[in-house]
Design a protein around this ligand. Structure first.
Ligand code: ADP
Ligand code: MG
Length: 679
């Protein structure tokens, strides 16, 4: 019996090669193929010369009046020229690097060519030939994203074939009441009109319904993952000692903010429940996430478990280790550090102490998730700056113990709509308040010929006993030049400020040297730290109140915000100088946004407007799902609705037993069968 889960080679003309080409596009089954929608349509209706503007993409039809001529130029490049008579006007059409078209263009026959019209020269840069039947009556030709192993035309043929044979098997997943309420089309109509629209209204309506369907299914999966997580017996119940927590809080050097108290309560209450905690702690830079993490670590220890904190860099691990060991010392908690740069003996000892349970709290880099590390009784794993870790590394740590509770922390502010997609299956706690007594960081953008002002400020702040970061970019592609720049800047600073200690910190130093320099800066033995982006995340030196960023236009907005967040952590007034001569409007807008606000969430929204979500978070780190039709930013209102509706369904019918919910249940079962449920 045919089914949408049939492999693509059930179709005629699909052999091993095409199976693998399709697989690379994420198409394995006939169903995948039918839901592989075009990302746009080309209007391939023939147009008349009179209505054309220069540079327009159009289809022209005409008579070939001379045989095509192919010439070579450069290295392996070809140019095909052919003269075509269009409405009595002879024009030249040029195709680059498609020499094979020579055989398809025959003198004295009609051709239809799609390309870019040049009105001055009466010529066209041809992109492709249009086949007679292409695009149907609507003249709308679907454009699919393809790879070099499969052509548009092939894909179109396969989709047509699949549609003819399998369309009756298409079933609905979006429940009928929702479909009616939001005026959405049935799946069969969506599939038809996405591939073969009769007109642009059809295509638009189909796209809207397809986007909703996609977002809704995504949200259903998130709800289902979350429900699995919350199954009562799946995790650990950490019975922490409230009295001990209270005593510990009394020893802290500051009063917790209300937001910190609230999120600590949310977290420990969650840890106490027997399910598997999967929680995100969100809070802007400087909002005080570390102490919240320490309280959670301590809570796990009072419940008789070990707790681990994983951070992205050795410098950060070292810094956290120093601070946390000190904070926890009065509570008789033994804290250990595990990083890649430990000596073999130290490492062996630490690994041993983790395995025997002698260490209660372990702080480390990804060295923590290596196979040789076995925890005696891991109850809680905290992951700091979680956006720096790949999804797999996070999952790895989670597998380490008896299914420990997991708390992820992030300062990368995520606009609400993206938070829904990125962290849809997580519970979220948010610190929305900065510790009292902070002054807003004064931010100024200066051109590179205005640095005098910066040096004046630097001298006066240093004279008042403060410290400064001076940051310059180090980007992989231009690493050698950038490193040279950092060294030059370091020499310049050393000469300009003879009475202070200036140090240079960059990624190519040995870890031990980096730690030493950071340690010296933290102890105020170094007053000016010239650094590349290694200081970007997590660094916490409250006495530093000046951040000077050279070539600031080369940094992204979230990176600039992170860097700025290194200062303004104490009671001193803090300053951030962006030195940049941006050339393009996007970079100018970034500088202006930084000057206008210090609110990370506002900046994140701004960043999203200036660039796409992939750019904001980096494709790999983002964990953002890639949608086929929907655009989580452009369709954010729809995403909100899908989120709410999916939530309501799982609240009222968690087992998906209602007849209207059978489509969802089948969809989830199919994902599990195909091992696509978790990623
Ligand atoms: P982030 O959220 O960026 O990780 P940190 O945890 O590093 O922020 O905290 C920033 C600074 O604020 C640290 O120096 C920390 O000691 C301090 N801090 C945290 N909570 C408070 C508080 N409630 N009152 C005063 N200072 C605090
Ligand atoms: Mg931090």
């Amino acid at each position: 019996m045919p089914s949408l889960s049939d492999p693509v080679n059930a179709l005629k003309g699909v052999g091993e090669k095409r199976v693998s080409a399709l697989h690379q596009l994420g198409i394995d089954t006939v169903g995948d193929l039918l839901f592989y929608f075009p990302f746009r349509y080309e209007d391939i209706r023939t147009r008349s010369l009179a209505e054309l503007g220069d540079g327009e993409k159009v289809t022209l039809k005409g008579l070939v009046i001379a045989p095509p001529v192919v010439s070579r130029f450069g290295r392996n490049r070809t140019r095909l020229n052919v003269r075509v008579l269009v409405e009595d006007l002879p024009i030249v059409v040029t195709f680059f690097n498609q020499p094979w078209l020579k055989d398809k263009i025959v003198e004295n026959t009609e051709v239809a060519v799609f390309g870019i019209w040049n009105a001055m020269k009466h010529s066209m840069t041809g992109q492709r030939l249009i086949a007679q039947a292409e695009g149907g009556n609507a003249g709308m030709s679907p454009i699919y994203s393809v790879n070099k192993h499969i052509r548009q035309r092939t894909l179109v043929d396969l989709i047509e074939q699949a549609y003819k044979q399998y369309a009756p098997l298409l079933t609905d997943v979006v429940p009928v009441p929702l479909r009616r309420h939001y005026k959405l089309e049935e799946t069969a109509t969506i599939v038809h009109d996405m591939h073969f629209p009769r007109n642009s209204e059809d295509a638009r309506a189909a796209r809207r319904s397809a986007a909703f369907r996609e977002l809704f299914l995504f949200e259903c999966r998130m709800q289902s993952l979350r429900a699995d997580n919350n199954k009562e017996d799946a995790g650990l119940a950490l019975n922490y000692d409230l009295q001990a927590m209270r005593e510990f809080i009394k020893t802290l050097p500051f009063e917790l903010t209300n937001a910190q108290k609230r999120v600590v309560n949310e977290i420990v209450a969650d840890m106490k429940r027997p399910h598997h905690m999967n929680r995100l702690l969100q809070g802007d830079v400087g909002s005080g996430k570390t102490i919240v993490a320490v309280l959670a670590l301590f809570a796990a220890v009072t419940a008789g478990y070990q707790a681990a904190l994983m951070v992205p860099t050795e410098i950060l691990a070292e810094q956290h280790y120093q601070k946390i060991a000190q904070l926890l010392a009065p509570m008789h908690v033994s804290v250990g550090l595990l990083t890649g740069s430990l000596s073999a003996t130290d490492r062996a000892k630490t690994v041993h102490d983790i395995a025997t349970g002698r260490l209660n709290v372990i702080i480390g880099t990804h060295a923590l998730i290596q196979d040789t590390v076995k925890f005696a009784k891991l109850g809680l794993a905290v992951i700091d700056e979680q956006h720096r870790f790949g999804v797999n590394q996070r999952r790895e740590l989670r597998r380490k113990g008896l299914s420990p509770d997991v708390l992820m922390m992030t300062a990368t502010p995520i606009p609400r709509t993206l938070a829904i997609t990125t962290y849809g299956e997580m519970d979220v706690s948010t610190i929305d308040e900065l510790p009292a007594g902070r002054h807003p960081i004064v931010t100024e953008w200066l051109k590179s010929n205005q640095t005098r002002q910066v040096y004046d400020r630097l001298r006066s702040e240093l004279a008042a006993g403060a410290q400064a970061y001076v940051v310059t970019p180090l980007i992989a592609e231009s690493e050698a030049i950038d490193l040279r720049n950092a060294e030059d800047l370091y020499e310049k600073m050393t000469k300009a400020l003879p009475q202070y200690h200036v140090a240079l910190l960059h990624g190519q130093l040995k870890n031990q040297d980096k730690n030493d320099i950071m340690g010296a800066f933290a102890r105020n033995e170094v007053q000016v730290l010239v650094a590349t982006t290694v200081v970007e995340v997590g660094m916490d030196v409250a006495n530093a109140n000046l951040m000077i960023i050279f070539d600031a236009d080369r940094f992204g907005l979230s990176q600039l915000h992170q860097l700025r967040g290194r200062v303004g952590r104490g009671s001193r007034h803090a300053y951030c100088y962006l030195i940049a001569d941006p050339k393009n409007q996007v970079a100018i807008s970034r500088m202006e946004a930084m000057v206008k606000t210090t609110d990370g969430f506002v900046l994140a929204e701004e960043d999203l407007k200036l660039r796409g979500p992939g750019d904001v978070f980096g494709d790999e780190q983002s964990g953002l799902p890639s949608f086929n039709v929907a655009d989580p930013v452009g369709d954010s209102a729809m995403l909100d609705v899908a989120h709410g509706e999916a939530g309501a369904i799982f609240d009222t019918d968690p087992q998906l037993q209602a007849p209207d919910h059978q489509g969802i249940a089948q969809y989830l079962a199919e994902l599990k069968r195909r091992n696509q449920y978790f990623d």
